[in-house]
Design a protein around this ligand. Structure first.
Ligand code: ADP
Ligand code: ZN
Length: 266
């Protein structure tokens, strides 16, 4: 069995929660975890799917109104959709990666009272990059598999998803006004219960930045027009950042350390 197979076996059935602000890479880390066999449950994707499948229902119309403005969809709509999903046979068997939920204290209380989460991963991205990555980096997502790209991590062929060949589009709510709103809501309603989660679950931080002492191969670093990109950190310094490949490696290394002590690391 190679390392990847060992990691898959060790991670099977695990319930992992991704936590972090809009634009921190929850979607792409979810894809990385999906590749290990977990079911990806995303509140944003689930809500958009519900609206697409049943556009004329009262529930869909109500949800759309909140989503268009970047506001939180009320708990009585989101909670049943997500909890139903997590209780499906597939999620119980294979395990899941939950992304975008909980976003309020009430959502967190329901989730943690009903489900035993094995690991919470906090995706730590400098504030400066959150807006920058989405707006200046021109974030685009695959309509079929939801993989995200930007000018920092461009697809091999513009407009086409590397993974599945799907079409890449810009999300209509990826505009400066909505994102500022989404970030504000994250600060006010979501970040505030991170301390609370820490008490209830096993929490690990997954930083996107690379410290100066870290020796990292060039192929793992974010670049813009061929040059290594430096970002201003929240502490005021400057740091290099990992690209999609680098973050996947960091994530898998962390999981191997946590769940599969027998996985050889190289
Ligand atoms: P992002 O994380 O980039 O803001 P998502 O795709 O997760 O995007 O969410 C898109 C929109 O769906 C949010 O702006 C919000 O309106 C709604 N939404 C998603 N998850 C939740 C949630 N857990 N609670 C309330 N609303 C949500
Ligand atoms: Zn795709």
């Amino acid at each position: 069995m190679d390392n990847m197979e060992r990691l898959k076996a060790a991670i099977r059935g695990k319930k992992i929660l991704l936590f972090g602000p809009p634009g921190c890479g929850k979607g792409n880390r979810s894809k990385d975890l999906e590749a290990l066999g977990l079911v990806h449950v995303s509140s944003g994707i689930a809500l958009r799917a519900r609206v697409r499948d049943d556009p004329d229902s009262g529930l869909s119309k109500k949800a759309v109104n909140f989503m268009k403005r970047g506001e939180l969809v009320p708990d009585d709509i989101v909670v049943p959709i997500i909890m139903e999903h997590l209780n499906r046979e597939e999620c119980r068997k294979k395990g899941f990666v939950l992304d975008g939920f909980p976003r309020t204290k009430a959502q967190a209380d329901i989730l943690f009272s009903q489900i035993n989460i094995d690991l919470v991963l906090f995706l730590d991205v400098p504030r400066k990059f959150l807006l920058y990555g989405i707006i200046e980096g021109n974030r685009r997502v695959c309509v079929d598999c939801a993989t995200g790209y930007s000018d920092f991590d461009p697809p091999r062929v513009e407009g086409v998803c590397d993974k599945c060949g799907g079409k890449l589009i810009r999300r209509t709510d990826d505009n400066i006004h909505t994102i500022e709103n989404r970030l504000k809501l994250y600060d006010q309603q979501t970040k505030t219960f991170l301390q609370d989660i820490k008490k209830k679950a096993n929490l690990e931080i997954l930083p996107i930045t690379v410290s100066d002492e870290d020796i990292i191969e060039d192929k793992y670093l974010k670049k813009l027009k061929g040059r290594v990109y430096w970002v201003q950190t929240d502490q005021g310094g400057k740091s290099r950042m990992l690209n999609l490949k680098g973050m996947r490696k960091r994530l898998y290394d962390l999981l191997a350390e946590k769940f599969a002590t027998s996985v050889r690391r190289d």
